[in-house]
Design a protein around this ligand. Structure first.
Ligand code: ARG
Length: 265
């Protein structure tokens, strides 16, 4: 009997703890405007990402979102005295949730393009990137031009997808578009396509992480230079200015270079 009572007490205590936990969480994320953090009184901005894009964002052993984008945004947040709450929501939702206000910032190795600028606002650029081609080690492909009538895999609605469409035409049935870049590379390795197109730093990181997969990359200056920026809802001048000011600070004090390892300013 005694045992039963104490077990019951433990149960009640656990329940109460769980409830308190929920309450705290709810406070933080309610409403679409940036919430105030209970403890610090700082504004909390929600950040959307697609975290299969190492070294910019990936999930570590403990389930945390980590990477260059996380470090840059944290450095900006520290400079400008706000907090960020990351959500791994998938590539296309990164755009949709900025539009409908469910997230505040898109941070996902997002290339600033003229087309995206019609619907979103972007910070100043923080990283220079370029697309490249990945093929199997024994492939004969040597250039982008040779992909004109080849099967290629890309991440859907990423700049690699746009490049493939530009080469083969919007309606081409030789383009296979996937949820993320690693899957696009995997499809090529499986022999379902002749080549994959992806962002250079991310492809190189993938190769480093998969030394057993026999891959070869082809760099081609037919691909434009691209620049990554953080994305906010169109017209959100307040947040854009905050991010740009912080970004400028970490460009000036060397922190950005320390994080990315790149000289880009
Ligand atoms: N830079 C490319 C683009 O903006 C690909 C970005 C993909 N990012 C990601 N986290 N999956 O279209």
């Amino acid at each position: 009997m005694k045992k039963r009572v104490s077990m019951l007490l433990m149960l009640v205590a656990a329940l109460m703890l769980a409830l308190v936990g929920c309450g705290a969480k709810e406070d933080k994320s309610s409403g679409s405007a940036p919430a105030e953090d209970g403890g610090s009184g700082k504004k909390v901005y929600k950040v959307g990402t697609e975290a299969t894009f190492a070294p910019f964002e990936s999930i570590d052993d403990k389930g945390n979102i980590v990477g260059i984008d996380v470090d840059i945004l944290q450095a900006i947040a520290d400079e400008m005295n706000f907090e960020v709450e990351w959500q791994n929501i998938g590539w296309e939702p990164v755009f949709q949730t900025i539009k409908n206000g469910e997230t505040d910032i898109g941070a996902s190795g997002i290339t600033i393009t003229e087309e995206r600028k019609q619907s979103f606002d972007f910070t100043e650029p923080y990283y220079e990137s370029q697309l490249l081609i990945v093929v199997k080690e024994d492939s004969k492909i040597k250039s982008l031009a040779e992909l004109k009538d080849k099967k290629v895999s890309v991440q859907i609605n990423a700049t690699g997808h746009l490049a493939a469409k530009k080469l083969q035409g919007d309606a081409s049935t030789n383009i296979m578009a996937f949820e993320n870049q690693p899957v696009a590379i995997q499809e090529m390795l499986n022999g379902n396509v002749d080549a994959a197109i992806g962002d250079n730093a991310v492809v190189y990181e993938y190769i480093k992480a998969h030394p057993d997969q026999k891959l070869k990359v082809i760099e081609d200056d037919a691909f434009d230079k691209e620049y990554y920026g953080f994305m906010v809802q169109k017209g959100n001048k307040e947040l854009l200015n905050l991010l740009n000011e912080g970004l400028q600070k970490i460009k000036d004090n060397g922190k950005l270079k320390e994080i990315t390892g790149s000289d880009f300013k």
